[in-house]
Design a protein around this ligand. Structure first.
Ligand SMILES: [Zn+2]
Length: 75
């Protein structure tokens, strides 16, 4: 999977905004920092999940997008 693959994001269900993007934040790990990714609603700023069910950060936009699409309704 390349970085240029198109990422489709479902609309945010609460405010119905279809303007959803992938945001990222830099976090410091024990040894090296990492960029974590999450879906962000462009209307209200709501963030999607940043970690999976095991507490691991999403390190790629693709993983964050998949999580947003699967779990956004539960937020
Ligand atoms: Zn919103």
């Amino acid at each position: 999977m390349s970085a240029n693959d198109e990422i489709k994001l479902e609309p945010y269900p609460f405010c119905k905004s279809a303007v959803v993007t992938i945001g990222r934040s830099h976090v410091r790990g024990a040894r090296v920092g990492a960029w974590i990714h999450y879906g962000v609603c462009g209307n209200c700023g709501a963030r999607g999940p940043t970690t999976d069910e095991n507490g691991f950060f999403y390190l790629t936009p693709q993983a964050a997008a998949a999580a947003w699409n699967l779990r956004r309704a539960a937020l």
